[in-house]
Design a protein around this ligand. Structure first.
Ligand SMILES: C[S@@+](CC[C@H](N)C(=O)[O-])C[C@H]1O[C@@H](n2cnc3c(N)ncnc32)[C@H](O)[C@@H]1O
Length: 304
């Protein structure tokens, strides 16, 4: 009998069901840092109990029902979300140019794609547009729509996003910007070694999803627009800005007002940049949140 189970065998309060459940909980709490011993089936002669219903002699290597259904559920819902993204990209490619300068149109398209599943309660009332256990736009719809209205008024022929993640924001932005600026070259980079599923969309415009790269690889290049949304630590935001943001005419930052990423990260860099480049650039902020919460926030610095 394992140590945890032995300890509980002397429990005075009761025996039977209560003792088994207590042993299960104990086993869960006593798991090691790498997860060994996780779950009550780590107790060798454990019998099914009312708390976890783990069967007797369960193989410790066997995944739980939850683990078993998680992957296919995520795969299915990802495919569904990517299908929505693809449909909207097609609609944008065929939209009137005037429509892509209208906030209401853009916001409706963002909601049609859906927001990335995030159970932290950050979306406020926009939670209704959150995709269930699936990727999506990691955005507050109105913030991105208003930012895109501003970008629609600018000539943009090269665009670099730092931090692809699921690639939904990139796909949406690249579709809008290339419809408005035919010939746009759009690139997104991420340190992650694999491509997001959204990369499967065949764009009319030249787009590149580059896995395993940071802004260091583009330090000599000049882009019309750069979106910095990779590592949110102050040092990395500063590095991305130094590498690719500073020379871009338009530099866009995500999470300039985000309480989750912390005031000493992107918000601090954005505050300092506004002071440093005062008089040399215009600063635009998109901070709307349905609950007036400090979530995400987009900043765009435009050189004068
Ligand atoms: C907040 S997510 C990006 C979200 C994405 N832009 C969107 O709107 O859906 C941050 C991404 O940056 C990537 N990342 C982290 N550090 C990075 C770095 N130094 N350079 C490039 N990408 C990085 C992470 O792997 C992650 O996918």
């Amino acid at each position: 009998m394992s140590e945890a189970a032995t300890e509980h065998s002397g429990d005075r309060r009761s025996s039977g069901k209560y003792r088994q459940a207590a042993a299960c909980r104990r086993a869960r709490f006593s798991q090691g840092p790498s997860g060994e011993g996780k779950g009550c089936w780590s107790l060798p002669d454990h019998e099914a109990c009312y708390a976890c219903e783990a069967p007797k002699d369960r193989d410790p290597q066997m995944p739980s029902l939850k683990q078993l259904i998680k992957k296919p559920v995520y795969a299915l819902s990802s495919r569904f979300a990517t299908g929505k993204l693809e449909r909207v990209v097609r609609e944008i490619e065929n939209a009137e140019r005037e429509e892509l300068s209208r906030g209401t149109f853009l916001e409706a398209k963002i909601r049609q794609i859906g927001l990335r599943y995030d159970p932290r309660g950050l979306y406020g009332e926009d939670v209704d547009d959150m995709n269930f256990h699936a990727p999506g736009l990691w955005q507050i719809p109105r913030q991105l729509a208003e930012a895109m209205v501003l970008l629609a008024s600018q000539p943009i022929f090269s665009f670099l996003e730092v931090g692809t993640c699921d690639g939904f924001t990139f796909s949406f932005m690249a579709a809008c910007l290339s419809r408005l600026n035919p010939g746009l070259k759009a690139t997104t980079i991420d340190i992650a070694p694999t491509l997001p599923t959204s990369a499967r969309i065949v764009f009319k415009t030249p787009v590149a999803f580059l896995a395993g790269k940071t802004s260091d690889a583009f330090a000599d290049e000049v882009f019309d627009l750069v979106l910095i949304d990779g590592n949110h630590a102050y040092e990395w935001v500063a590095r991305d800005y130094q590498n690719v943001g500073r020379q871009a005419r338009l530099c866009m930052f995500h999470d300039i007002n985000d309480r989750f990423c912390g005031d000493d990260a992107v918000p601090k860099f954005w505050r300092e940049l506004k002071i440093e480049e005062l008089g040399r650039a215009d600063f635009h902020e998109f901070l709307f949140h349905s609950n007036s919460d400090r979530v995400m926030g987009i900043g765009i610095r435009i050189k004068r």
